[in-house]
Design a protein around this ligand. Structure first.
Ligand code: AMP
Length: 437
């Protein structure tokens, strides 16, 4: 049947229009320069990975794996998934390329699109971009702090003020299993107060109930036992050192016993960074963090993932920052970008010969690194002048039929309404002089 084409982007996905590109460039350039400073190298991994990688890495009971993956079957019958997060792919690359043999830790950063089949809402998309950092092969708490510090510094450089780091430790497989029992017992006696998602989480992954966004569930958990009171000695001393390092660099943080994050692989440190007055931030519930949907950045330690994939013991810590969410917050808080200066020169050409000479002339400007605008497809003087006026151009260069024959060109100063004829081969130098003045 001939179905009419719906000329609409897929649900939850969005076009990044030219007018928004400057925000993406600003975020990317800031992330890159801070990551370079801290000695991170860039890695790009495929957008598609084996589905099994996420089932094993991200975790079978996570919302991402259970509800949010875009999975496809190839013609050869393989199951591939559009990456819903960076970490499993990067850890796969670390193992596959023998990065264990490099000096440790290996510090990697990535930037690119991720895909999650989520309910679309403000700041939550099905395709979005993240800036991601990983430090693989380091178990010292100082690495946890460096990751937090880098995201904090990037957000500060982007001119966010009033940033808060929420931090928690979710222990390791040793202490978590005991805490899981405590929490499950607490919840069982209040089961009828929990939403249906929490009833399911309670069976599959009890810790996840703590970051449920339902108000009644949050109220129910406000008296629940807290994991930091039940950490084993190693996790306790790791967390204590993380907090001491944070104090040392005077990082504003607050302990959030309910911060567990959505992924199975976290061990020990978990963190999220919020901006206090982001447009769209949902206010904190009693004793709770603001909803994590408004976190600009989040991450934590994941000492088990390499072991799950390859059996080797390699500690790691990382985090990610949502680019669209940062841009939304920048706009909401009216954070201005430094304006890129307008192009100041426009070339008008009239007639066949002038059009032909224009291409060479533009090359001269490009080599001299002078920006110049044009409308080479247009023929009339009126149309071209109209475009130059719209662009608020200061200098118009007019290459008419006579000038093309004489080897000259007219320079018209639109503000002073003065014009002058110069030799064609001298116009680049003359414009350079005028722009400098
Ligand atoms: P996560 O990978 O879930 O730890 O998220 C890290 C960061 O990515 C969050 O703090 C958000 O800024 C951003 N993020 C996560 N999910 C989405 C989404 N669906 N749409 C836009 N940004 C997101």
């Amino acid at each position: 049947m001939n179905k009419k084409l719906k000329l609409q982007k897929p649900t939850g996905m969005h076009d990044i229009l030219p007018s928004d590109q400057k925000y993406f460039e600003k975020v990317y350039n800031t992330c890159k320069s801070v990551a370079d400073f801290y000695g991170f190298s860039k890695i790009d991994t495929p957008i598609l990975e084996e589905t099994e990688l996420f089932i094993k890495g991200t975790g079978e009971t996570t919302d991402i794996v259970q509800k949010e993956m875009f999975t496809l079957r190839t013609k050869g019958g393989d199951s591939l998934t559009l990456r819903p997060e960076f970490t499993p792919g990067i850890v796969r690359a670390y193992i596959e390329h023998g990065m264990k043999n490099l000096p440790q830790p290996v510090k990697l950063y990535s930037f690119g699109p991720l895909f999650r089949f989520e309910k679309p809402q403000a700041g939550r998309y099905r395709q979005f971009n993240q800036f991601n950092l990983e430090i693989i092969g380091e178990d010292s708490p100082i690495a946890d702090v460096q990751i937090i510090q880098i995201f904090y510094n990037i957000l500060s450089e982007l001119k966010f003020k009033k940033l808060i780091v929420k931090i928690n430790s979710i222990g390791d497989s040793q202490c978590r299993s005991y805490y899981r029992k405590l929490l499950t017992n607490y919840c069982r006696s209040r089961q009828r107060l929990l939403c249906s998602d929490c009833q399911r989480r309670l069976k599959e992954n009890p810790l996840r109930v703590l970051d449920c966004k339902e108000e009644t569930c949050q109220r129910t958990f406000s008296q629940a036992p807290q994991i930091i009171d039940h950490l084993c000695e190693e996790c306790h001393s790791h967390f204590k050192l993380v907090l001491e390092f944070l104090d040392e660099i005077e990082m504003p943080y607050s302990l959030d016993p309910y911060l567990v994050r959505g992924l199975d692989y976290y061990t020990k440190t978990a963190f999220e960074i919020f901006v206090e007055d982001t447009a769209g931030t949902v206010p904190a519930q009693q004793g709770q963090s603001p909803l994590s949907k408004s976190a600009l950045s989040g991450g934590g330690r994941y000492d088990n993932m390499v072991k799950i994939f390859s059996g080797e013991d390699v500690a790691a810590v990382g985090g990610a920052m949502g680019v669209e969410r940062i841009i939304l917050a920048m706009k909401g808080l009216d954070i201005k970008l430094t304006e890129t200066p307008n192009i100041q020169i426009f070339l008008i050409q009239l007639g066949e010969l002038a059009k032909r000479k224009s291409l060479k002339l533009l090359e001269g400007f490009r080599k001299a690194k002078i920006q110049i605008s044009e409308a080479l497809g247009k023929d009339s003087l009126k149309t071209q002048l109209g475009i130059a006026n719209k662009l608020k151009i200061k200098y118009v260069l007019i290459l008419g039929q006579k000038e093309a024959l004489d080897g000259t060109i007219i320079i018209k100063d639109m503000e002073l309404e003065k014009q002058e004829i110069v030799k064609l081969e001298e116009v680049v130098g003359e414009m350079k002089r005028r722009l400098k003045a």
